[in-house]
Design a protein around this ligand. Sequence first.
Ligand code: C2E
Ligand code: CA
Ligand code: CA
Length: 629
Amino acid sequence: MQQRTKLLVGSLASSLGIIALFAGISFTSALDLARHRIPSLLHEHNQRLIETLPKQPSLEQIQAMLPHHGTRSDSLSIIDTQGRLLGITDKHPGTPSPLVYIDSEYLLAASSGYTTIDDNEYIWVTTPIPDSPYTIVNTHHNARVGLREFMKHIGVPIGFAALISIWLSTWGAMVISSLFRRLNEQRAQLEHQAHHDPLTGLPNRDALSNTIDTTIAHLDSSKQTLAVCMIDLHQFKEINDSLGHHCGDELLRQVAIRLSKALQTPDQAGRFYGNKFAIMLTNAGTATIDAIAGTLLGTLENAFEIDGRYLYIRGTLGIALYPEHAVTAPALLQKAEAAIFQARDNTQYAAIFRTLDNKGAAERLGLINDLRNALRDGQLELHYQPKLDLRSRHIIGAEALARWTHPQHGAIPPDQFIEIAERTGLIKELTRWVLETAVQQCAQCHASGKAMKISANLSAINLHDDELVPLIASLLKQHKLPAQNLVVEITETAMMADPARAKEQLRKLDVLGVSISIDDFGTGYSSLGHLRQLPVDEIKIDKSFVMDMIASEDDASIVRATIGLAHDLGLEVVAEGVEDEAILKQLSDMGCDIAQGYYIARPMPAADFIAMLEKTDDLAEDKPAAVSR
Ligand code: C2E
Ligand code: CA
Ligand code: CA
C-alpha cells in the first residue's frame, strides 16, 4: 500500500474511532443526566402546584387540585404523615399505582426514589405541603433512553461532527503525505546530486568508478573483459573562450545526451571532469578498437546546434582493458586517460593503452599526414579485379580496390593504409571517395552498354556513418546507376562488432536496392544462421580456404559445405583467391556461382578493365579466364 493511502486509511479509522467514542460517552452521560434531572423537574413541578393552593389548605382543596397536575407527571398522589394514600390522579387509569409498592416509611423519609414494577421503572418525588400534614407524591414513568431515542436527538450533530472530522482527517492526511513526498523528493534529489554531474546529469567520477568496481566484482575475469574508455573533446577551451561558457556548457550537455543514447544503459557513461567523459563497456571482448571508436566517437560526428550555430567537434578516445591493463576502476580510468595522450602523440583518434611505445609509431605518424594529403591531392586510385560468373563464363562485375602510390615510398599496400585510415577516422573520407569513384566509373561502363556489378569495401567504422546511406543514394541518382549494380562488401568481423548497428545500416542499404556481400567469410565467428537475420545477398569465401583447397581436403570440405549452406539460404557464393585452373574447375564442380582471383585477373586500373571487357566480348564465351593474367 502506498504511504499516502496508508495515512488516509489510518486517519479515517482513527477519526471514526474518536466519533464512536464520543457518541458512546455522550450516550451514557445522557442516560445519567436523565436519571438525575427528572427528579428535580418533578420537584419543581410539585412546588408550582403547591403555590396554586391557599395557605393552610384543607384536604379537599388539595384533592381538588390533583386533576390539574398537567403533563409533567404520570400520577399525582397525596399522603398524610402516616403515609396513607388520601387521593390519586392517574394519567393512565387502571394501571397499578407504583405507590402501592413503596414502603410508606421510606416514602416519607426520602425526597425521591425509584421503584421498578413489571420491568417499568418509576421515579417518585415527595414534596410536603407547607403548613399542612399532607405531602404530594409525583410519580413518573421513567421511559428508558434507548439508542434510537438518543440518535433522534443527537444523531444530526454527531453526523455533522463525523463529517467534519472525516474531512479534517482526510485533509490532514493529504497535507502530511505531501509533506512526506516532498521530503522524499528532496532526499532523492540530494542523493542524485551526490552521484551526478550537475551540468550534464551523467554519473560523476565517483559514481562511475563505483559502477566499474561493482561490475568488475561480478565479472568472470577468465571469460569476460571490460573496456574503460575516455573521450577528450577537442577545441573545448576555444569554444569556451570564443563563444562563452554557456556554449561550452550546452555542448557538454548535448554530448552527454548523445553518449547516453548510444549506450545500452545510461549509467555506463559519466563525466570524468572538464571536457572528459568516461564510458564503461562490458561486452568489449570481441569488439575492435574501430568498433568502439565508431560507437563512441561516432556520437560527435554530426554537428551540434548551439545558439543557432552549427559546431563540429572531434574527440580523442583512450581505452584501457580489464584485466589486461588494470583491475580496479581508478587504475583503469587513469590508463584510459593515459591512452588519450598516447593517441594524440601518434595523431590518432583512438588508442588502446600501451605500456611500451610502439616502434612503428613515428613512421606511421608520417604516413598519417601523408594519407590525409593523398586523399586531398588525388594520389589514390581505384583498381578493379574482375569477377567471373562460373555458369555463363562471363565477367559480370569487379571489386574496387584502393591503391596508393606514395610520392617517396611508392606503392603502399592497402592492408597498411586502410588500417591507418581506420585508426584515424580518415576511413570515412576514403570510403566516400571510393564509392564516388566506383559508382561514377561503373555508370560509364553501364552507359557504354556493359552491365557491370561493382563491389566496394566498407569498414566497420563506416557502419557508424549516418551520412553513408544518403551518400550512396545520391550517388546512384546522380550517375543514374541502378542500385542493383552496386555491391557493398563488409567483413563478418566488422558486422559482428556491432550487430545491431550493422543490421540497421544494412536494412537501409537493402531498402535502397544495393546488394550486400559478406567478405572474408569463414575467418570470423559468425555462422550462416546469424547472417540469416541480415539482408545479405552474397558471401565471399575467404581466399585462405580457396587458395589451399586443392592441397587441403579440410579446406575443400569447408568450401563445399559453405557453398551448400549458402545456396540453401538463397545466397550467391563468390570464391576469392582463385590462383589456378584446378581451383577454378573444382569450384565450378562444387556449384560455386562466381570466382575472383589472380588466375582470372589481378586488380587493374579502370582503363585496363574496360579494355579487358571489350576483349572478352570479342572472344565470346570460351576462354575468359585466360585474359590479362
Ligand atoms: P579484400 O577485400 O579481401 O580484397 C581482396 C584482396 O585479395 C585484394 O588485396 C586482392 O588483390 C587480393 N587477391 C585477389 N585475388 C587474389 C588471389 O588470387 N590470390 C591472392 N593471394 N590474393 C588475391 P588488396 O588489393 O591488397 O587489398 C587488401 C585488402 O585491403 C582488401 O582485402 C580490403 O580488405 C582492403 N581494401 C582494399 N581496398 C579497400 C577499400 O577501398 N576500402 C576498404 N575499406 N578496404 C579496402
Ligand atoms: Ca573485399
Ligand atoms: Ca576478401
